[in-house]
Design a protein around this ligand. Structure first.
Ligand code: MRU
Length: 356
């Protein structure tokens, strides 16, 4: 089992500690969540981020709400609605909240607090085990390439779908960590992922794990793919529709297009909690708009170690910031799940109980 170097989410009695990802890669600090409002803020402000971790944090947020405010029907409904409104695209959020609702609503209020903690813990454990299984299946793709030719297997990823985004090894990076554990040499191209620069989180993770990696500007991906300097692209997902169309961090679609033209395999890695059979195709998936500010400013560390926020354009410049994009199923070679690797159109066969 993969052990997180620092837990992304840890419970201590009735307090939940999360690693504050807005401070990475320069500062490693946790933030304590004690109330529904603090849990909702952690998700909205992206102190926690990544679809599976958003879902787990929301589950613990429900437990915090009931422990703090009382466990009557109105408090439960308010907690579910508040957390459900934090971020729109990652369906794991709604999956986790629905699981909490089903577990808690039938109970008497007196039994709900204990049950809420237990269900949130179960959701976290489910994610940890799921990430390990995704790693076991996904490493086959890397093994096959390593067997065909000498030298490190050259992967490309986008955003951060590593341990920071989950309660375990990650999704897209789980096969990378599994390959490393098997002694297979890999090298990962990491795109910076403007405007929030989650690629820097991926670089931080890989550096700490001793996995060779190369940070690239987002727009360098096309050239590397065209020149066949990449063997395999693998990214995470925030929501996969019934037909396999996939929402993931903005920029994923352009990588999939370039990979298709260059005939480089393009895979998505995702758990069952990311599947949304209620959305027939990508057109039904809501895309989060995070506002102009993130595009117009950049945050980094100055030479004296202070965190600095810099404007990139004059005040008043118009900017658009769709946080995710849609990759059509036709551009996806395969989806690596905890049950195996499926073609996008085969998800219902792998998950018949969810597809019903
Ligand atoms: O906006 P973020 O940082 O929450 O977006 C994260 C992604 O897009 C990830 O690729 C996705 O959630 C998969 S995480 C295992």
């Amino acid at each position: 089992m993969f052990e997180q170097p620092i837990p992304t989410l840890r419970r201590d009695g009735e307090v939940v500690h999360v690693l504050d990802q807005t401070l990475l890669p320069f500062r490693t600090e946790t933030v304590a969540l004690r109330t529904l409002a603090e849990a909702a803020h952690a998700i909205r402000s992206m102190q926690v981020r990544g679809a599976p971790l958003i879902g787990a944090t929301a589950a613990f947020g429900v437990a915090l709400a009931l422990a703090d405010e009382g466990a009557d029907d109105a408090t439960l409904a308010h907690a579910l609605a508040t957390l459900g409104a934090t971020r729109p695209t990652a369906v794991n959020l709604h999956w986790a909240l629905e699981r909490m609702r089903l577990a808690l609503q039938p109970l008497q209020p007196a039994a709900r607090v204990r049950a809420a903690w237990a269900e949130a813990e179960a959701i976290r454990a489910d994610d940890t085990a799921t990430c390990d299984a995704i790693g076991r299946h996904g490493v086959r793709l890397i093994r096959e390439i390593a067997a065909r030719r000498p030298g490190p297997v050259r992967l490309m990823t986008h955003c951060n779908a590593g341990w920071l985004a989950t309660c375990g090894a990650g999704t897209a990076l789980a096969p990378v960590y599994a390959a490393q554990a098997e002694g297979i040499a890999v090298e990962v191209f990491v795109s910076e992922t403007r405007p929030r620069n989650q690629g820097l989180l991926t670089a931080w993770e890989l550096r700490a794990a001793g996995v060779p990696h190369i940070l690239i500007a987002d727009n360098a991906a096309g050239l590397l793919l065209m020149r066949h300097e990449v063997d395999l692209v693998i990214t995470g997902a925030d929501r996969i529709a019934a037909n396999g169309d996939t929402a993931n961090k903005v920029g994923t679609y352009l990588k999939a297009l370039a990979a298709r033209v260059a005939e480089v395999p393009f895979h998505i890695a995702a758990p069952h909690s990311t599947l949304d059979f209620a959305s027939a195709d990508g057109a039904a998936i809501p895309i989060e708009d995070r506002g102009a500010d993130e595009v117009l400013h950049v945050r980094g560390e100055a030479a004296d170690g202070a965190t600095a926020e810099l404007a990139l354009a004059p005040a008043g410049t118009r900017a658009a910031n769709p946080a995710f994009d849609l990759t059509p199923a036709a551009l996806i070679t395969g989806i690596v799940t905890e049950r195996g690797i499926a073609r996008p159109g085969e998800l219902a066969r792998l998950y018949p109980e969810q597809a019903r």
